[in-house]
Design a protein around this ligand. Structure first.
Ligand SMILES: NC(=O)c1ccc[n+]([C@@H]2O[C@H](COP(=O)([O-])OP(=O)(O)OC[C@H]3O[C@@H](n4cnc5c(N)ncnc54)[C@H](O)[C@@H]3O)[C@@H](O)[C@H]2O)c1
Length: 487
């Protein structure tokens, strides 16, 4: 293969510039004439609303755009429509300061904004593993015809590689050519539950750009983040790269994290047949700094609106590009993850003395308390939540299931109306033959096993997150099962 020429090399080179040491790109004036670029965030879900609110907090003039009228009404009234620690106060403060507003009007967004961030959902397609890009297409084609001056459209949604080029073509078709609308891609790495911190103090910023104007405009759009870092004597690593690498950065990061989780869950499967304890194994290998402890906790596996659908879309895209084999391992990662959900049901049958046949166990007549519904602690998000998936399997097996979660009950009740929902942990556990901890909320970690034991019908517990102190529970007379741990 021919070596890339200098221009190609420069285009592909990854620039890691600590902001304190490297001069930013030449500033350019925002097309609106405002002193700082005005920002719109199109799609005000977990990602877009958090961004809109946090960037208003950083001093930008911000507009959040959505097609969901109820969501917009709540945001405009100062109510965050989902649970994200710290966000409510910032929303109210910035609405009151007049820096933040919400609208459904794309014409208003176009006349207001200099930089438009696309933050809509990219779920798994109904007919396959790939990503459904119809929301991205609708957002771009709704905005583009209204643009009356130069602007930058920046993708933040997680997308298959090649999407930014396609968005550029869409913009070419739907926006007036004389305004020379540009496109960039800046993937998002925030974690629900820590989103405010992740947006204000990101671990890195990735900018996929084609022109120095786009780079400069994006730099100005993030200057608040850089200034905050400088005030706190921190550096924000910035990776400036091409579209494809920027898009891949997100899915590669998620593929890596999913693989690490499934790796330790595969070790749990081995521990289960070999008599080892995966929690000790994880510590034994995680102290090696080349491996690291993070994301090395075995449990019920990963879920949420990102990891599962992102590794599937990544495989589908690699297949389309003729490199399917490179990501075949992600299929195994997915299968290991799915098996953990079934493992909890197996453990439940075992503890309740029910046999496990080809159609699963018959749990009729049992009462099971499920502690946890959100896909991880500190969020109310139950999208592809392992907790809800396991609860669904238990209901289907005939158990009477009562669920308690500190934040995710309303969303879970929509996803699984057949279960009972209780106002407290104790109420869920009252009369239960078995308690299953399926989300590692602190409220569950530190519950007193002796006190809870007074309320249940049978002292049996499955710690599907390996987050409880096993000796404490067994000492209080509980029959205890963990994931990948000896009984
Ligand atoms: N949630 C996360 O933690 C997270 C983290 C990193 C990346 N992402 C990625 O960010 C994207 C958004 O995720 P999310 O969790 O915020 O999704 P979400 O479903 O919570 O929010 C999407 C919002 O976009 C709105 N929307 C849909 N079509 C629209 C249109 N045509 N115009 C305007 N608004 C429209 C929806 O009404 C909804 O409010 C996804 O690609 C996701 O993979 C999410």
């Amino acid at each position: 293969m021919a070596r890339p020429g200098p221009d190609e090399r420069r285009r592909r080179v990854t620039t890691h510039y600590p902001i304190a040491h490297t001069p930013p790109p030449q500033p350019v004036a925002p097309p609106s004439g405002a002193p700082r670029p005005r920002l719109t965030f199109i799609g005000t879900g977990y990602l877009g609303a958090t961004y809109a609110i946090c960037f208003a907090e950083l001093g930008y003039e911000v507009m959040g755009i959505d097609i969901n009228a109820e969501r917009l009404a709540r945001l405009s009234a100062g109510q965050v429509p989902f649970h994200e620690p710290g966000l409510d106060e910032l929303l109210r403060r910035n609405l009151a300061a007049g820096r933040l507003r919400f609208s459904a009007d794309f014409a208003e967004a176009a006349s207001f904004g200099d930089v438009h961030f696309i933050c809509v959902q990219t779920p798994q397609r109904a007919d396959g593993l790939g990503a459904d890009l119809s929301f991205v297409e609708n957002a771009v084609t709704a905005l583009a015809p209204h643009l009356r001056r130069k602007a930058l459209i920046v993708g933040k949604s997680t997308v298959p590689v090649g999407t930014a080029e396609w968005v550029e073509q869409l913009v070419g078709k739907h926006a007036a050519a004389e305004h020379d609308i540009e496109v960039a891609w800046s993937p998002e790495f925030l974690q629900e539950g820590y989103a405010v911190e992740d947006v204000l103090r990101p671990s890195r910023i990735v900018l996929g750009v084609k022109s120095s104007w786009a780079h400069s405009m994006l730099h100005s759009a993030h200057k608040g983040v850089f200034d905050l870092a400088a005030n706190e004597d921190r550096e924000v690593p910035v990776v400036v790269t091409d579209f494809a690498t920027a898009e891949l950065a997100k899915v590669a990061a998620n593929a890596f994290l999913a693989t690490k989780i499934s790796f330790i869950n595969a070790m749990a499967e081995i521990c289960e047949v070999a008599g080892g304890d995966v929690t000790h194994l994880a510590r034994a290998i995680g102290h090696d700094p080349r491996i690291g402890n993070k994301f090395l906790r075995s449990g019920v596996g990963f879920g949420g609106a990102c990891l599962p659908k992102d590794i599937r879309a990544f495989q589908a895209r690699a297949q389309e590009l003729g490199a399917g084999e490179a990501l075949r391992f992600l299929h195994e990662v997915d299968l290991i993850n799915q098996r953990r959900r079934g493992r909890v049901v197996q453990l439940a049958a075992d503890l309740l003395g029910r046999s496990y046949g080809p159609a699963g166990p018959d749990l009729t007549g049992t009462r099971i308390a499920v502690l946890g519904a959100s896909f991880k602690p500190n969020t109310d998000d139950v999208r592809d939540s392992p907790a809800v998936a396991v609860a669904t399997k238990l209901v289907r097996a005939g158990a009477q299931v009562s669920i308690y979660d500190p934040q995710g009950m309303d969303n879970a009740a929509k996803a699984l109306p057949e279960a009972e929902y209780t106002a407290s942990l104790t109420a869920a556990a009252t009369g239960a033959d078995l308690v299953c901890v399926l989300t590692a909320w602190d409220e569950f970690r530190y519950v007193d096993p002796a006190v809870l034991g007074e309320h249940v019908a049978g002292r049996r517990i499955i710690d599907a997150m390996n987050c409880l102190d096993m000796p404490l529970w067994t000492a209080a007379g509980w029959e205890f099962r963990g994931m990948g741990r000896p009984s």
